[in-house]
Design a protein around this ligand. Structure first.
Ligand code: AP5
Ligand code: MG
Length: 241
């Protein structure tokens, strides 16, 4: 089972990836987590990446493609994996196609978590993360449920980095969705609702019980279908992701 989680910063990719890795027993490959681990370890890559992440910008395609190539070649990915945070640009998507082809793999589903910008801003400003295992938690959580570590705020969740992250997503990452739409792999899910509600919809999509577009039966899902443009060119660039 090879899955790709797609969505804006704060849309819930990491949250749902945690659920999927427990459910399917396959690794969660999160490029942001990998970069933060390099920063924490003080490697040359970490020193290069730190100011880029802090400013909410993207690390170069060349570096990111190299990281993912190395990771997907590891044996634990053989039964499948959950990709989160890559590809973020069209060149990354094209490189991933080539890499998947080389490895004899294909994606079973692309899950697009669609959340309005106002909700993203609200979530990111309150999010807490475990510095040990990188799991994410809502505000007021005191300790990591997995390892008991005290939770911290991510450097790029500070207000000055959050808007640039959403802007660069709209500019560089929204076009990546079309890449997968052409392959009819995308399940759109309204990312508003409780974490458990979204998890049920994600699992239904992965298990092929629903197949896009826009899943979810709540009134919020209905509103989203009519009110959430996907691309900057569709209007309301600052309102939607
Ligand atoms: P990355 O770590 O991938 O960050 P991101 O894409 O900005 O996404 P986030 O991790 O912020 O959000 P998420 O969707 O995982 O949401 P979460 O589940 O935590 O990348 C960081 C940086 O690394 C990038 O900015 C870039 O600099 C660099 N980078 C990484 N990959 C790169 C690449 N391929 N190319 C170039 N540069 C790259 O949820 C957020 C919060 O909401 C949490 O508090 C959670 O508890 C809460 N929440 C989740 N679901 C719900 C819900 N349904 N209702 C209410 N709250 C919820
Ligand atoms: Mg994440």
């Amino acid at each position: 089972m090879n899955l790709l989680l797609y969505g804006a910063p704060g849309s819930g990719k990491g949250t749902q990836a945690n659920m999927l890795r427990t459910h399917f027993g396959i690794p969660h490959i999160a490029t942001g987590d990998m970069l933060r681990a390099e920063i924490q370890a003080g490697t040359a890559l970490g020193r290069q990446a730190q100011p880029i992440l802090a400013a909410g910008q993207y690390v170069s395609d060349e570096i990111m493609i190299g990281i993912v190539r190395h990771r997907l070649g590891k044996p634990d990915c053989a039964p499948g994996f959950i990709m989160d945070g890559f590809p973020r640009t069209v060149p990354q998507a094209e490189a991933l196609d080539d890499l998947m082809h080389e490895l004899g793999k294909r994606f079973d589903r692309v899950i697009y978590l669609k959340v309005p910008v106002e909700e993203l801003l609200h979530r990111l400003s309150g999010r807490l993360v475990c510095p040990t295992c990188q799991r994410t938690y809502p505000p007021q959580t005191t300790a990591c449920a997995a390892d008991g570590s005290a939770l911290v705020q991510r450097e790029d969740d500070k207000p000055e980095a959050v808007r640039p992250r959403i802007e660069i997503y709209l500019d560089k990452t929204v076009p990546v969705l079309d890449h997968y739409r052409h392959e009819r792999l995308v399940s759109e899910i309204d990312g508003r609702g409780t974490i458990d509600e979204i998890s049920s919809q994600v699992l239904a999509a992965v298990n092929g019980k629903h197949s896009s577009p826009l899943m979810g039966k709540s009134p919020a899902a209905g509103r989203a279908q009519g009110a959430l443009p996907e691309k900057p060119g569709d209007g309301a660039k600052t309102k939607t992701a």
